[in-house]
Design a protein around this ligand. Structure first.
Ligand code: NAX
Ligand code: ADP
Ligand code: K
Length: 498
């Protein structure tokens, strides 16, 4: 499999399907997909009960019928449920139906009441789903979802939109999804991961980018391993940059401290905090390495080469003033939280970001993203790739639209979907930690693109490491994520094992 793994929306997959040459002696893509499904199903069907195959009216149903045929030939008991109108099946699916019948297979028009299946194969709809499931499909999906039986979804869990990860009404909740040719965005973001279960990619011997250029890729460990900041033996703290963090208004000092501690633990040479709270402490007793000062003096700190604005910034007039100075600074800048909200509320600030000469990183969660582009949160949730890309292009910024399957979008309209992370991160302060991590990586000389990709992946991977250790997902804290990120980065940079 070639890396990085490309991600295509349905239209791209269709271009690839059209372009792949199929020689006279090579199996059709549907034959390859059905066989790949059957091989996986064989590993999942661990009890002797029959396998239920739900076959839809299009090519997804065709894949399912090919899988049913192989499984029957391997002596599994297979029951196919299909309402497909033979005369209206696409050609490959009609061939698959004829081949299924030729091995003695039959189709039932409705889902039987009995429920003694050992595995359900969902081949109702794939990338061709265009609207909420009609009856009886919606009813079938609800009934198989309610069974205590594993479901293997073919290509896309039926009912889920392959492009967005939002469901059209009800959708299959699978334990496994085997997806063909290439990854699709909807499997990786929004509701996709909850509906897909474990994802299995089968490229069907097709090198997708040969047939259609990709503009999106999976952000995985393979991709970030090449981006690590070097640590020569002959080094001193001046080599690793100085991060200045603007934030910490009254009642929110902790947010700035979390960002600062994260920056320190991910390798920044020096970390300054410019705090807005008049009563802010002069030192963080638990992290005395941090240099705390009033917000108005932050930009006077020596050697600053990266700025982070937002953690606990608040929306006061003073905050706007400090933010204006930070935006005018000629240093890479990470904008998070209330910095984003203040920008969303001001056309002048918006224009200033787009005009910045130094790189800008923006890390909105969906509500912040909605404010930035004047969309509803619902729109953002169901158009994550589009909205992240829109923000990146509009603000000439490197954007992480946060949430499950964080979308990293670049100003050149390329994008990545992050594979790491878990709901342990749905806890206070984890966004501040991400902002600090990004600041530290920029300070160590990574390009804005590479800092964003490594930082987002590392943040999620740290949470995954904590979950492996039983620390979360419930009760995982942002402070714990910092320590795990440090451990992982050292493992990756120096090859030190746990
Ligand atoms: N053509 C090929 O050679 C290949 C096809 N493949 C499979 O083909 C799938 C795409 O096939 P199709 O384009 O036929 O699309 P689907 O099989 O996903 O579904 C399209 C059919 O469902 C109908 N439909 C859409 N939404 C509906 C709804 N809510 N209720 C009822 N009917 C609805 C459409 O009118 C159409 O008849 C992929 O997901 C994949 O599983 C892959 O195996 C790759 C190879
Ligand atoms: N369910 C989840 N799965 C993966 N990552 C998540 C999940 N929920 C939240 N996150 C991550 O946690 C971080 C939360 O950031 P944010 O919403 O800004 O929190 P805060 O404002 O409390 O710091 C983001 O990086 C986001 O992607
Ligand atoms: K399906």
């Amino acid at each position: 499999m070639s890396h990085p793994l490309p991600i295509y929306p349905a239209a791209g997959i269709r271009e690839i399907e059209r372009a792949v040459p199929i020689g006279p002696d090579s199996p059709s893509l549907m034959e390859r997909a059905g066989l790949a499904c059957a091989e996986l199903a064989r590993t999942l069907a661990t009890d002797p009960r029959p396998i239920l195959v739900l076959a839809g009216p299009g090519n997804n149903g065709g894949d399912a019928l090919v899988a049913a045929r192989w499984l029957k030939q391997w002596f599994y008991r297979v029951e196919v449920v299909s309402r497909a109108d033979e005369a209206r099946l696409p050609p490959d699916a009609a061939t698959a139906l004829a081949a299924w019948r030729a091995v003695g297979g039959s189709c039932q028009p409705d889902l039987p009441e009995k429920r003694d299946w050992g595995l359900v194969i969902d081949g109702l709809f794939g990338i061709g789903l265009t609207r909420p499931l009609d009856a009886p499909y919606a009813d079938w999906v609800q009934r198989v979802n309610a069974l205590a039986v594993p479901i293997l979804a073919l290509d896309v869990p039926s009912g889920l939109d392959a492009d967005t990860g939002c469901s059209h009404g009800v959708a299959i909740r699978a334990q496994h999804t085997v997806t063909f040719l290439a990854l699709k965005p909807g499997l990786l973001t929004a509701n996709g991961p909850d509906h897909c279960g474990q994802l299995h990619l089968r490229t069907l011997d097709v090198l997708a980018p040969m047939y259609h250029p990709a503009s999106g890729w999976l952000l995985d460990e393979h991709l970030v391993r090449g981006l690590l900041p070097p640590r020569p033996l002959n080094s001193h703290k001046g080599l690793f940059g100085s991060v200045g963090i603007l934030g910490g208004a009254a009642g929110m000092t902790g947010a700035a401290l979390l960002a600062g501690r994260a920056a320190l633990h991910v390798g920044a040479g020096r970390v300054y905090l410019g705090l807005l709270d008049d009563d802010a402490p002069a030192v963080d007793p638990l992290q005395p390495e941090l240099m705390l000062r009033p917000a108005g003096h932050l930009l006077d700190a020596p050697h600053l080469n990266v700025l982070v604005a937002g953690p606990g910034l608040g929306r006061s007039a003073a905050a706007v003033g400090y933010l204006q100075h930070v935006l005018a600074a000629d240093a890479p800048l990470v904008l998070d939280a209330d910095a984003l909200n203040l920008i969303a509320a001001s056309d002048a600030l918006k224009a200033r970001i787009a005009q910045r000469k130094a790189p800008t990183l923006m890390t909105p969660h969906p509500a912040e993203a909605a404010r930035l582009v004047g969309a509803s949160i619902g729109d953002v949730l169901c158009q994550r790739v589009e909205i992240a890309s829109l923000i990146a292009v509009r603000f000439n910024a490197f954007v992480a639209l946060k949430g499950v399957g964080t979308v990293c979008a670049m100003p050149n309209a390329t994008w990545f979907i992050n594979a790491s992370g878990n709901p342990g991160l749905a806890s206070p302060g984890t966004g501040d930690v991400l902002a600090g991590i990004l600041g530290a990586l920029l300070a160590q000389g990574l390009s804005p693109r590479d800092a964003l990709l490594l930082g987002v992946y590392l943040h999620g991977a740290a949470a995954d490491r904590l979950r492996e250790r039983g620390i979360g997902p419930v009760g995982m804290t942002a402070s714990e994520v910092i320590g795990a990120a440090r451990d992982l980065l050292n493992e990756w940079v120096y090859g030190l094992s746990r």
